[in-house]
Design a protein around this ligand. Structure first.
Ligand SMILES: [Zn+2]
Length: 282
């Protein structure tokens, strides 16, 4: 599940997540271009969740590496970001001032909650509203793949009966369209709605706190809330990230593993801490 992903997460310092198969990067904290190296030309979309510095300060370096490095310097790429984010407008201005007269193959695409953008293949990127810091436009993203499946009212029919109906009425009459969530990312947020990530292949979610007792304002989720959400939504693989640097890492690992086990979440599960994916399930 994670063989096509790379990421970095340290709350207040730098956060980004690269989904190689989707050619998608979510957030652009410092160090993004450094970590991607020659693969810096691979992403087609950089989706920014919100304008806090640990999510955007890698964007100028990424733009510079893409424009002046050795590789596909004219390959177009798109920055998707929350409409009304003044910090993003600031970064955009900064890139323009840093390299005056240089044209970048960047499309800047502000997006509102519910906004959709086709990305590679049949995949669609959708933004959704999340609860973070008041006054800071903040989004989560999910990538949807349109699929077809047998209609539920036919699910219990015997094989022969289904074949007979397919011959008689056509196979299309037995099928229904649905949207499968391939990937979702909460950005910095309180726990998102389980309905957004039902049966998702991979969810990356903020888990800044190990316990609600450590949280002063309702702007970040706890790991316990995220395990419950993932279990409830039937998520197949989960990455928790953005854990506060207040926690001792060895102690946090023990607590995260115990919380995961107690939550009943049975999918694959990792903690992204700095650049390492640390397994939380056996
Ligand atoms: Zn934030």
């Amino acid at each position: 599940m994670l063989d096509r992903c790379q990421g970095f997460s340290r709350g207040l310092y730098a956060n980004w997540f690269w989904h190689r198969q989707l050619q998608l990067v979510v957030d652009a904290g410092e160090g993004l271009s450094l970590a991607l190296g020659t693969r810096v030309f691979s992403p087609s979309i950089v989706a920014i969740t919100h304008g806090h510095s640990d999510h955007i300060l890698g964007l100028p370096g990424f733009a510079g590496a893409r424009r002046f490095g050795k590789g596909a310097t004219d390959k177009p790429w798109t920055v998707v970001y929350p409409a009304g984010s003044r910090s993003l407008d600031g970064v955009r201005t900064m890139i323009g001032e840093q390299w005056r007269g240089v044209t970048f193959p960047i499309t800047w695409t502000p997006i509102e909650p519910g906004g959709r953008l086709p990305i590679r293949g049949s995949f669609v990127l959708e933004a959704f509203a999340v609860t973070h810091v008041p006054g800071q436009p903040a989004l989560g993203y999910r990538v949807i793949e349109p699929r077809r499946r047998l209609r539920p009212d036919f699910a219990d029919l015997p094989e022969a009966e289904i074949a007979e109906r397919a011959r008689r009425d056509g196979r299309a009459s037995l099928m229904e369209a649905y949207e499968h969530v391939v990937f979702a990312h909460s950005g910095d947020a309180m726990a998102i709605e389980p309905g957004l990530v039902r049966a998702a292949d991979l969810l990356v979610h903020d888990a800044t706190f190990l316990s609600a007792a450590d949280r002063r304002e309702p702007i970040h989720a706890t790991s316990e809330e995220v395990f419950a959400l993932a279990s409830n939504a039937g998520v197949r693989a989960l990455v928790v990230m953005h854990l506060s640097i207040r926690y001792d890492r060895a102690d946090a690992l023990v607590r995260l593993r115990a919380q995961r086990a107690a939550s009943g979440f049975t999918g694959s599960c990792w903690w992204l801490d700095d650049g390492a994916f640390i397994p939380l399930a056996d």
